[in-house]
Ligand binder design. Structure first.
Ligand code: F6R
Length: 628
């Protein structure tokens, strides 16, 4: 079957990229780096080395093990300069031929790439007209030929790369080596991640610090539109014009063990278990001695924030659902109207955005292209942009006016879990901060919410300790074909998130609904024994909401549904209508998503495992989506 370009595009994710120059065997360093990036998902891999004035390269479709098999049959020469790549197909199917690196005709240049070169067709025609035969279906190969031509015309390697970058449209990270430059790796980025690892007598470039963290924790940011050249003893950073740019170095404060599974079967399980700590860390140090909420990373002045008359939250996937939860708290605490918008829709609907709009972009990775493009659009319209992000120094926080980092730690599993909880917490901190400076919340009210938030980590841990029946339930439902999720108020986005988790890792039909919408259509889906999760708000304080959802449970049960009710301790009203009850500790309704989503994460994880699927790397998905 032929797969159309549109589908290949939707499949494009961040490729794994590593470049090395130093004293160690480059092949070992590069392969180890690629292994550390495996969690991102990929469908082919390749390496290139510079040895004795020539290039050696090898590539293979499939997992790294396939490449290693090729290498064991045909060993590469010893070398201390090299690069490696794990590819997610964009242009052309995942074959040996389309795997990176791509070489020029004379075998002088090897180049790897993440992203999409949008004007590749024009460039390809130009190369073909000049007599170059392209051997792959990729957009990347044109860059390899262009680079080789620039070097052949006399440009020094980094300058040649700058010239090529100036000709490319689209998003890219490029890394290249040249046969005539044994101690040199050059790299460039535009709207695609790239970071430098600074070693002693060795240097690295990579799409993610995980690739080199076993060697060094000192890193250097490569900004958008910049080219970097590394040798064993130097790092030179310029813009695409060749002008030097200011270096921003930083220290990576997590270690390699953070990227391991710590004894859990899956990263996802480990990350679910880390949620109490992730929430606690995100709350750490946010209150000064006077009891005022302080958000140190905020670079917007209080006056600017007092001026805000509308908030638009923009995000994708799970981060979008965190935004939907946050809307309830933001409007309640600040009385500022808040819209929540899918990043991929935002800039195509002529949104009403102005100087008094605060756009809050939420992104775990900080590299999601839909969100980045929405952010840029918002800034062009004059909005102030605050990023909530889990990845230090990523593109989205770098391009925002202010940043609040969630402190979830590295999230490896493709299905987002701990990021979701910390995103909600971060949004709540922003809401409280706005409430504080705008005077819509008294200091003691803010202090009370902060106390409630600080009480959440042990409550999340309590939910986690009681998950065995949920796992058992998942196993017993492994052959089910469809699961529905219902919620009201903040429970509604939790229902959506529960359904998303099940779809993405257990490949099961799952849908989340606002429980009140059931009667307007979705109730027709309810048939005998279909499992229906219901997220029930606390009966304390919001009894109308609670009563309404109890009626909804009765409605679906009367039609044969198997009801799985998530309700707080002491809520007895749901007991008669629940086939299964999952208890969560009592807490204010606005904070309940931090507890109620946990059983849904665990259910999805166990379901995926029971159905024999790859929990951490689900099909067609990977961690960071860097194309629109
Ligand atoms: C779902 C999931 C995705 C991401 C979405 C946004 O489990 O991981 O839906 O939430 O792709 O990613 P970030 O937050 O990195 O912008």
């Amino acid at each position: 079957m032929r797969v159309g370009r549109a589908l290949w595009r939707t499949l494009c994710r961040v490729c794994g990229i590593v470049g090395y120059v130093g004293e160690q065997p480059a092949l070992d360093v590069v392969l180890e780096g690629l292994r550390r990036l495996e969690y991102r998902g990929y469908d082919s891999a390749g390496v290139a080395l510079v040895a004795d004035g020539a290039l050696a390269s090898a590539k293979a479709a499939g997992k790294l093990a396939n490449l290693e098999k090729v290498l064991s049959g045909d060993p590469m020469p010893a070398a201390t300069t090299g690069l490696g790549h794990t590819r997610w197909a964009t242009h052309g199917p995942p074959t040996d031929r389309n795997a990176h690196p791509h070489l020029d005709r004379a075998g002088q240049v090897a180049l790897i790439h993440n992203g999409i070169i949008e004007n590749f067709a024009v460039l390809r025609r130009e190369l073909e007209a000049a007599g170059v035969t392209l051997v792959s279906d990729t957009d990347t190969e044109v860059a390899a030929h262009l680079l080789a031509a620039e070097v052949a015309a006399g440009a020094e390697l980094a300058d040649a790369l700058r010239r090529v970058c100036r000709r490319l449209d689209g998003a890219f990270t490029l890394v290249a080596v040249h046969a005539g430059s044994p101690d040199r790796v050059v790299a460039a980025r535009r709207n695609s991640p790239l970071v430098v690892g600074l070693g002693d007598g060795e240097n690295f470039v990579a799409s993610d610090v995980a690739a080199f963290i076993a060697h060094t924790r000192d890193a250097l940011e490569v900004g958008d539109g910049q080219v970097v050249e590394i040798t064993p003893d130097s790092v030179t950073l310029t813009d695409f014009e060749g002008d030097p740019v200011e270096e921003k170095r930083y220290h990576v404060d997590w270690d390699i063990s953070a990227a391991q599974k710590d004894g859990y079967d899956f990263f996802m399980l480990k990350e679910i278990a880390e949620q109490p700590k992730a929430v606690a860390d995100t709350l750490l140090g946010r209150v000064d001695e006077a009891g005022n909420l302080t958000l140190d990373e905020m670079r917007l002045s209080d006056d600017e924030l007092r001026d805000i008359d509308k908030i638009i939250i923009i995000a994708a996937g799970t981060s979008y659902y965190a935004g939907l939860v946050a809307k309830y708290a933001i409007e309640h605490w600040t009385r500022i109207p808040c819209e929540v918008e899918l990043a991929s829709e935002f800039r195509y609907r002529d949104p009403i955005v102005g100087r008094r709009t605060l756009v809050v972009v939420i992104s775990q990775s900080g590299e999601t292209m839909d969100t980045l493009m929405a952010l840029r659009h918002a800034r062009e319209q004059g909005a102030r942009v605050l990023a909530i992000c889990n990845t230090n120094g990523a593109t989205i926080p770098r391009e925002s006016d202010a940043v609040l980092y969630t402190r979830a730690g590295i999230e490896v599993a493709v299905a987002s879990t701990k990021a979701f909880l910390t995103q909600i917490v971060a949004c709540y901190l922003v809401a409280l901060y706005l409430g504080q400076i705008r005077g819509t919340k008294w200091g003691d009210e803010i202090a009370a919410v902060l106390r409630d938030l600080s009480a959440m980590p042990p409550k999340i841990a309590e939910v986690l300790r009681a998950m065995d029946p949920v796992r058992e339930l998942a196993r017993s439902l492994a052959s089910t074909t469809s699961v529905l999720f219902l919620g009201r108020h903040v429970g509604y986005p939790v229902a959506l998130e529960g359904a998303l988790k099940l779809k993405e890792i257990a490949y099961m039909h799952a849908e989340g609904f606002a429980a009140g919408e059931l009667k307007h259509g979705p109730i027709a889906l309810v048939e005998q024994d279909v499992p229906v999760f219901v997220v029930v708000p606390s009966p304390r304080g919001r009894s109308v909401l609670h009563d309404k959802i109890v009626s909804n449970i009765q409605e679906v049960r009367a039609r044969g549904a198997r009801t799985i009710v998530i309700a707080e301790e002491g809520d007895e009203a749901v007991v008669p209508y629940a086939d299964h009850i999952v208890r969560v500790p009592q807490c204010p309704t606005l904070l309940q998503p931090l507890l109620a989503v946990v059983p849904l994460q665990v259910f999805a994880c166990e379901m995926a495992a029971a159905r024999g699927f790859d929990v951490d790397q689900p099909r067609n998905l990977a961690k960071s989506v860097t194309v629109e």
